[in-house]
Each structure stands twice: as C-alpha cells, then as structure tokens.
Design a protein around this ligand. Structure first.
Ligand SMILES: O=C(O)CCC(=O)C(=O)O
Ligand SMILES: [Fe+2]
Length: 196
C-alpha cells in the first residue's frame, strides 16, 4: 500500500500557503515509487475525504473535473526537490523494485505571518521530543529557531481530518479484499514448484 491521493492541508491545517518539499534520499526512478502530482488540483479547494488502507488512512475524493487529469511524475535523481502547495493532490506510485526500499523526506515551509497548528511545531506525531532530538547537538544556534519567528497559532480542527461516518464499512471491505489478495499471492509464492 503506497500513499493514496491526498492534500496536505487537512493533515497540517493552518494555512493553505504551506509548501511541501518532497525529497528522495537516493535516485528514485518511476518504478521505485516516487511522488506524483495532479496538475491544477489546488484550484478545486479542500476536497472531501474517504477511507484508504494506505498511509494516513485517508484519500481525497476527486471531483469529476480531475478524474481524467493525468498524474505527473519524473524519474527523480538524488538531490531533486519537488515543491507543491498544501491543496495540490499528490500520491505515491507503487514501488515495483524487487529489493529497494524508497526513502524520502518531507519538509514544509510557509510564509511568515501565516497561521499554523501546534502539532506542526512538534516532531512528527510527537514520537520524540525536541530535547531528545537536540541531545548531543554541539550548537544551540538553530534549536527552536521558530520561537522568534512571526506566525499565529490556530487550534486543530478535527472536522477537517474526520472521515465520513460510513467509513467503517468501506474500511472493512478494503481490508478483506487486501487480505484475500495477500493470501492468494502468498500461497502462489509458497506453492512447491512441480518441476522440483
Ligand atoms: O512519501 C510519500 O509517500 C508521501 C509523502 C506525503 O505526501 C506526505 O507526507 O504528506
Ligand atoms: Fe502529502
């Protein structure tokens, strides 16, 4: 399961002028599952959500006007940076490489003075604290650099992140289908070769 089509705005909130920088940490040609974007999708506003089994468990529901728009991607090279704003629909392509894991990072930027939610100032999902991260740093110069920057804090709006009430039915259906496919693949892989 790769990252489904989504807009970052619902996950970060604050300002739609938030810009993501997606950076592959090695060469990432199309078959290794880079990001792809839907051109012009930022003009459709904040799109509705539906359930998806992939990372985030949410996907953007595309309006008719975007249904036939072609996804745009690239054979990325180490050092490339893909920049796009928080309303642009993007997704990951499947990684078809038999052995290579695709590694990438996301850094997000916004103009000074724009609103942001508190979680954007914490390490991802608060899995670590800044104190943990800064332990061992030799300089404090860049630590907590945002504290003297200009921004306003706005509360997290759960309704922007909530899935529609019927999402459990869809989640269950997708989970069963996924399990069935996985088991079928597993069985066909572990079946003894009749020529052995
Ligand atoms: O790298 C990925 O697969 C998805 C990254 C992304 O879109 C995100 O973190 O919002
Ligand atoms: Fe994203």
């Amino acid at each position: 399961m790769t990252t489904p089509p989504h807009q970052d705005y619902r996950n970060n909130q604050g300002t739609p002028r938030l810009t993501a920088a997606w950076i592959p940490l090695a060469d990432c040609p199309r078959h290794c599952g880079p990001l792809a974007i839907l051109p012009g999708s930022h003009r459709s506003g904040v799109l509705p959500l539906s359930f998806h089994l992939g990372p985030g468990n949410r996907q953007a529901v595309l309006p008719e006007s975007l249904m036939h728009t072609a996804w745009v991607t690239e054979d990325f090279r180490a050092g490339d940076v893909l920049l796009f704003p928080a309303l642009t629909v993007h997704r990951a392509l499947p990684n078809q490489h038999p052995t290579r894991m695709r590694l990438s990072v996301d850094f997000r930027y916004q103009p000074a003075g724009e609103p942001l939610t508190e979680q954007c100032l914490r390490p991802h999902f608060a899995r670590q604290s800044w104190e943990d991260i800064y332990r061992g740093w030799q300089s404090t110069r860049l630590q907590y650099y945002w504290q003297d920057r200009d921004y306003s804090l706005v509360p997290w709006d759960e309704s922007l992140h909530a899935l529609p009430p019927d999402h459990w039915d869809q989640a269950l259906r997708e989970d069963m289908m996924y399990e069935r496919t996985r088991q079928r693949r597993f069985r066909s892989r572990s079946r003894p070769d009749p020529t052995d």
